[in-house]
Design a protein around this ligand. Sequence first.
Ligand code: GUN
Length: 288
Amino acid sequence: MTATLIDGKQISAECRKETAASAEQFVNETGVRPHLAAVLVGDDPASQVYVRNKELACERAGLQSTLHRLPAETTQQELLALVQTLNEDVSVHGILVQLPLPSHLNSTQILDAITPLKDVDAFHPENVGRLLQGRPRFLPCTPAGVMKMLEVSGTETAGRRVTIVGRSDIVGKPMAALLLQKGADATVTICHSRTAEIAEECRRAEILIAAVGIPEFVRGDWVRPGAVIIDVGINRVGDRLAGDVEFAAAAERAAAITPVPGGVGPMTIAMLLQNTLHAARLQHGFVS
Ligand code: GUN
């Protein structure tokens, strides 16, 4: 392997340390501990692990977290009522409803019901709109984590060709918005299932971001020699985890690459903690 590894575990540990110090200062100034309320509906095993990791990370950074576990049969009205209660609870600063929700529930309606000031995932249309207009309230966690990895690894984005594979609302679209912002100034291409000559689009990329949720979808020979590769995928394949990039072959051509696990995953959680602290500041009038 010739590529440098971009170590998400290490970078996220630094971020969490900074958030913990700022959170402690906030507690000392206000007497209020930033508080994340997480909602988990049903018993999807991967979601249980993700939510547990988020809770642990809160605890370690000195943030309060409360997990609301609801049975898989929960109705839309019951879940909306819980969101409303959390919206009105002044001791709760951030609300996270873990996705995916069971298929009988309308996720869009639930996410829209979270008050935008507590929307630490940045999924609410008001927060998405603000991001697109270049005046974000919260930065979407996974894309913000990717930006931090690019920054720490010394990867310049201004004027460079970035290809994003995947157009999801959680990663692909907000990732493009962040890279287009003034200051990031990248030239962005988004590829998806109907893109023609996707391998060629990827080969043009100086920075390639894979977020399709298909194991090893991006082949090694789609990588431009010297490119920086960010692999957002976390896919279970038998008893191992695989990213969206064919790692070994890509690492032979890339200048730098993120591993799976230990790449983007830990960064998402670190950014969630930052957003929870930011939400507490917003609600206590420290920032506007
Ligand atoms: N499920 C997978 N990723 C995420 C995320 O970033 N936020 C929430 N709420 N659910 C998810």
